[in-house]
Design a protein around this ligand. Structure first.
Ligand code: SF4
Ligand code: SF4
Length: 138
């Protein structure tokens, strides 16, 4: 899927930090060693396929506002690749960043549409319900 009109990653490098990337032996939290301080990737032309394939929901969904860019709210909105969950992934250093009012309101809207919505930060995860309630997954 292509980025939505007017959308680009800009200074955001959240997916290169907050996500676990087994292909790079990278844990969730620390920045990938190829991540440039000025933004972008030091090995952009030869970056692994997993990096080429990843696009977060903010980038591809034209309805998500500029304020929801992942680095601005500390949370990546994304489809899980192994389940049908809609996910909000925050950096382990800011584990409750997904409680940002704009992010949380969006997550409740998605839950109301019938999706299973889960927030994650490192090894911790929480389920968000259509009622606006939330709690740790078991
Ligand atoms: S999290 Fe989304 S907006 Fe940020 S760098 Fe990754 S794909 Fe781009
Ligand atoms: S290799 Fe580049 S695109 Fe992939 S996680 Fe590292 S910095 Fe990001």
């Amino acid at each position: 899927m292509a980025p939505a009109p007017g959308k680009n990653c800009g200074a955001c490098t959240m997916c290169c930090t907050a996500l676990e990337i087994p292909e790079l032996n990278k844990a969730a939290g620390p920045a990938c060693p190829n991540c440039l301080a000025s933004g972008g990737c030091a090995i952009y032309a030869s970056r692994p396929q997993v990096c080429r394939d990843f696009e977060c929901e903010w980038l591809t969904d034209r309805t998500l506002s500029p304020q929801l860019r992942p680095d601005r709210v500390g949370t990546i909105l994304m489809e899980a690749d192994d389940t049908d969950e809609y996910r909000a992934v925050s950096a382990p250093g800011r584990p409750l960043a997904w409680r940002h009012p704009m992010v949380f309101a969006h997550l409740v809207r998605v839950a109301k549409s019938g999706r299973t919505v889960v927030a994650k930060a490192g090894l911790s995860s929480w389920r968000i319900f259509a009622s606006g309630e939330w709690g740790p997954t078991v």
